[in-house]
Design a protein around this ligand. Structure first.
Ligand code: GLN
Length: 218
């Protein structure tokens, strides 16, 4: 079976586990914290959940898991949601004064806390114009997107595909909130909290495809 980890350092990992179970009944869904767990060759993919990106990097560095995490996100499929998106990014604006460690595997610039603080959380209906939610159908699909002290993507680098934009308000440029770069998926919102498991099913397909490709090459 597929083995999919959820980085369980802080905050929203349990909800992701529940959704992954729903999305892939046969997959093994495991909590991952340590260097050894990240270096396990049987781990096929990893979700880095929301929470607080500075805290997560500090904890991972102190526990000695950071370098293994840095290596993992460059070799197997990974999905960062909210703080997880920030951690994966190459550059983050609006950082803490002393800066913060980023994994840098995803060539995007994010702006942290784009919408203000916790009380400014909001949920909207967004359209996803490509392949994620429609599972191969043409056209676009709507889904609920929940933003909690969320970042946005301000700049995308080479080979980054924008999957979802915020609706453009007049005079403002539109902001990307979900992107894919190779086997890296990232979104600013929280699909694990809105009961719609299509984003999780999409990530499970990414993990299954990557594993098939590895097995075919072996
Ligand atoms: N604001 C948080 C950060 O900067 C992210 C919030 C979230 O993950 N819901 O890390």
């Amino acid at each position: 079976p597929l083995r999919i980890g959820v980085l369980a350092i802080q905050s929203g990992f349990h909800e992701h586990q529940v959704m992954l179970h729903r999305a892939a009944a046969n997959a093994e869904v495991v909590q991952v914290r340590t260097k050894a767990e990240l270096e396990d060759p049987a781990l096929d993919g990893l979700v880095i959940p929301g929470g607080e990106s500075t805290t997560m990097s500090i904890v991972a560095q102190r526990s000695g898991a950071w370098d293994a995490l840095h290596a993992f996100v460059r070799k197997r499929p990974v999905w960062g949601t909210c703080a997880g998106m920030i951690l994966l990014s190459a550059d983050a604006l609006n950082q803490k004064k002393d800066g913060q460690a980023l994994l840098g595997a995803l060539p995007i610039t994010v702006r942290r806390n784009r919408f203000g603080s916790q009380v400014d959380s909001f949920q909207i209906e967004l359209q996803e114009p490509v392949e994620v939610l429609s599972e191969g159908d043409k056209g676009s699909a709507g889904f609920p997107a929940l933003f909690i002290r969320a970042p946005v993507v301000e700049k995308v680098g080479e080979d980054v595909k924008v999957l979802t934009w915020l609706p453009r308000t007049s005079g403002e440029s539109s902001e990307a909130v979900a992107v894919r770069h190779g086997d890296i998926l990232a979104c600013a919102f929280h699909p694990e909290l809105t009961g719609d498991d299509r984003w999780h099913r999409y990530f499970v397909r990414m993990v299954a495809d990557a594993r098939r490709a590895r097995e075919a090459a072996a």
